[in-house]
Every structure is written in structure tokens, then in C-alpha cells.
Design a protein. Structure first.
Ligand code: UFG
Length: 358
């Protein structure tokens, strides 16, 4: 048995090696939490967690001892149970979960919905089941703004119509509904926060960790980075006839380190408050078009991003901007980093790690 500080909170982080997971792990470790990370590495690399250790060790060598890593899939209930057992053996039982694990390509989900339902839904059901069996009833879940679908609203509030337009979004919506049923089954027990992410970009300012998707990237920022590095000749902008000011898609980009901090704020809020079920928009409340994003990236990083206009992409929406009033009210916090910082940190990561985690 390891000897633990009994005041230290112990958290299971699913998908902790991924883009948002790894950044959140750094922030959690720096705050003194003990982490049990489970990751299958289907869309991430073990190296990201090695870098997390490197990063936190710079601050305090002893912090790295608080990271326990397990390779595997959430649908493996025996593995999940063994992680809870391990935390008990270590004298510091897991008492909450941050659930990042899942697959997230909109395009892939249209081609292969079976895998999306299997991985995202079944994985979450196994997780909740094991949590319940281990008397752990606190969870922060990675949901997505994609569940809102098409909207005419300038900014979207959490009570807006939920109407996702792609299978990936439908799995996220379904998990939220499943979690609601679980909460309703025993409202005096469960503490659940669904964080509806808008568009996370950027990287840790150390440039030791960042976004490095396996296979072809799906999101705009890795593409812009690849064009900036010369790996791609130009960016294809998906449509210039959207009903937006310049005709290109508008999104609410949020710095991944703000998002990491948002997870910790949410978790601490749950810990300090009565059982409840919470939906929170994780966005800045500022809309940026594809053309504006390219312009900012070019100006901040002094690089050129050639682009062409292509067809609209299936499953896309014109505009998605968070109304983040609830976030500010409930957590007494809001994202602080600017679009310039997102572009700067994101490019620094790419330019210093041209091969990502390879
Ligand atoms: N875009 C391009 N060219 C590209 C890639 C994207 O023009 O090569 C455009 C899109 O059309 C969109 C904007 O850039 O207007 C952002 O696209 P992303 O693919 O980066 O992000 P999405 O908003 O489509 O989706 C992301 C995540 C989802 C999440 C959603 C929430 O990928 O997981 O944000 O809004 F659900």
C-alpha cells in the first residue's frame, strides 16, 4: 500500500491521454489531486502522459507519483473494477470521475454509427455501473455544443432545443439523457455536470503537450497548423455561403487550458454542493469566423495560411456561440485566454513538435 495524504482527493480520469484530458491532468496534478487515468490510446498516445509527468515534475517532483495510468477500454468492466480496487488498496479510494473517453469525429460517426454508439454509450454505461457499485456518484462528463444542432439564436443557452444533426452529437445527447435518468433514480446521491464544449483549440504554453489526432484531423485547428508548417499546401474552407457576416462558419473557440480549468472548477463545485444535475456551456461567448481565425493566426504567428473555398461539409452548422452566463454564475469563473493566445500557443506546440508525440 502506498502511503497517501488522506486529504488528497482521488479522481478517475477516462481518456486522460487525449487532447483535453492531458491538459486537465496537468492542472489536476498541480492542484494536488491523485489521478487514475484509463485510456485505450485509440486516438491518443502514451507519450502525452509522459509529457504530463515531465511538466508537473518541473514544478514539484513528488507530484508525478500521483499519476496512475491504466491502458484499456471503458467497456472492460473488470479493468474498471480493478482500478477502483487499486485506489482502495492505495488508501485513497476514487470518489469522483472526469469522463473524457469517447470517439469524436463527426464525419466518421456518419460512416460508422455502430462504433460511435458502442464506444460512447456502452462505455459510459459500464462506467456508471462500476461507479455505482463502488459508491462513487460524482461525475463531470465531456458533452458537446454539437448537441444543439442548427440554431437561429445569436448565443445559445443551456435550455435551448437539443437537436443534434450528426450521429456523434446524437451519442452525446443520449449520454446526457442517460445520466439524467441515473440522477432521477436517486437524486439525493448523484452529482453530475455535463460540460458542453464549444471549440477547444490552443495548447499548454510549455508546448510539451498539445493536440495530435491520429489519422486525418477532423477539426480546423490541426489543419491550419499543418498548412502553417508546410505539410499541407492550403486549407479548404467548408463553404462561403453560410448565413454569417463573411459567409464562413462561426464558432466559439476556447483555449484548452481554460477548458481544463473549467473542469476543475466544475468538479470542485460539485464537491462543495448538494447532489444535482447540471448542464454548462463551456465557451467564451465570442464568435469567430473561419476567415477571422485564419487572419488572427497569420498575424500572431507571422505565417501565411493559403486557403480555397470548398463545398459545405455534411453535418456542419452555420454558427454556434455559447451564452456562458450560467457558467459565470454557477462557477464564478469564465475563460480568460484570448484568440491570439490560442493561436500563439497552438502554433508553438506544432512548430516545436512537428512529429507530434511520435
Ligand atoms: N472548417 C473548415 N475547414 C476545415 C475544417 C473545418 O472550413 O478543414 C470549418 C467548419 O466548417 C466550421 C469550423 O471550421 O465552420 C470549425 O470546424 P471544426 O471541425 O473545427 O469544429 P466543429 O464546430 O465542426 O466541431 C467541433 C468538434 C465537435 C464538437 C463541436 C461543438 O469537432 O466535436 O465542435 O461545436 F461537437
Amino acid at each position: 500500500m502506498k502511503h497517501r495524504n488522506c486529504n488528497m482527493k482521488s479522481i478517475l480520469v477516462t481518456g486522460g491521454a487525449g487532447f483535453i484530458g492531458s491538459h486537465t491532468c496537468v492542472t489536476l496534478l498541480e492542484k494536488g489531486y491523485e489521478l487514475y487515468v484509463i485510456d485505450s490510446y485509440v486516438n491518443s498516445y502514451p507519450t502525452s502522459l509522459k509529457r504530463v509527468i515531465e511538466l508537473v515534475s518541473k514544478k514539484d517532483k513528488s507530484l508525478s507519483r500521483n499519476l496512475n495510468v491504466f491502458e484499456g477500454d471503458l467497456r472492460d468492466s473488470n479493468l474498471l473494477q480493478s482500478i477502483f480496487d487499486k485506489s482502495r488498496e492505495n488508501g485513497n479510494p476514487i470518489d469522483s470521475v472526469i469522463h473524457f473517453a469517447g470517439i469524436k469525429s463527426v464525419a466518421q460517426s456518419i460512416l460508422d454509427p455502430i462504433s460511435y454508439w458502442d464506444s460512447n454509450l456502452i462505455g459510459t454505461i459500464c462506467l456508471i455501473n462500476t461507479m455505482n457499485q463502488n459508491n462513487c456518484h460524482e461525475i463531470v462528463f465531456s458533452s458537446s455544443a454539437t448537441i444543439y444542432g442548427n440554431t437561429d439564436r445569436e448565443k445559445i443557452t443551456e435550455d435551448a432545443l437539443i437537436k443534434p444533426v450528426n450521429p456523434y452529437g446524437i451519442t452525446k445527447m443520449s449520454i446526457e439523457k442517460f445520466l439524467r435518468n441515473v440522477y432521477d433514480s436517486c437524486q439525493e446521491k448523484w452529482k453530475i455536470a455535463n460540460l458542453r464544449y464549444f471549440n477547444p483549440i490552443g495548447a499548454h504554453s510549455s508546448s510539451l503537450i498539445g493536440e495530435y489526432p491520429k489519422g486525418e484531423p477532423n477539426n480546423i485547428f490541426p489543419y491550419i497548423n499543418n498548412v502553417a508548417s508546410g505539410d499541407l499546401l492550403s486549407l479548404s474552407i467548408f463553404g462561403n455561403d453560410w448565413p454569417t457576416a463573411d459567409g464562413t462558419g462561426v464558432r466559439d473557440y476556447i483555449h484548452v487550458m481554460d477548458l481544463a480549468e473549467g473542469h476543475i472548477r466544475s468538479l470542485e463545485f460539485l464537491k462543495n454542493n448538494k447532489p444535482q444535475f447540471l448542464n454548462l456551456n463551456m465557451g467564451t461567448g465570442k464568435g469567430t469566423s473561419v476567415l477571422e481565425l485564419i487572419k488572427t493566426f497569420e498575424e500572431v504567428n507571422k505565417v501565411r495560411i493559403p486557403f480555397t473555398f470548398g463545398e459545405r461539409r455534411s453535418g456542419d452548422v452555420a454558427k454556434l456561440i455559447a451564452d456562458n452566463s450560467l457558467l459565470k454564475l454557477i462557477l464564478n469563473w469564465e475563460p480568460k485566454r484570448t484568440l491570439e493566445e490560442m493561436c500563439k500557443d497552438g502554433w508553438k506546440w506544432q512548430s516545436q513538435n512537428p512529429l507530434g508525440y511520435k
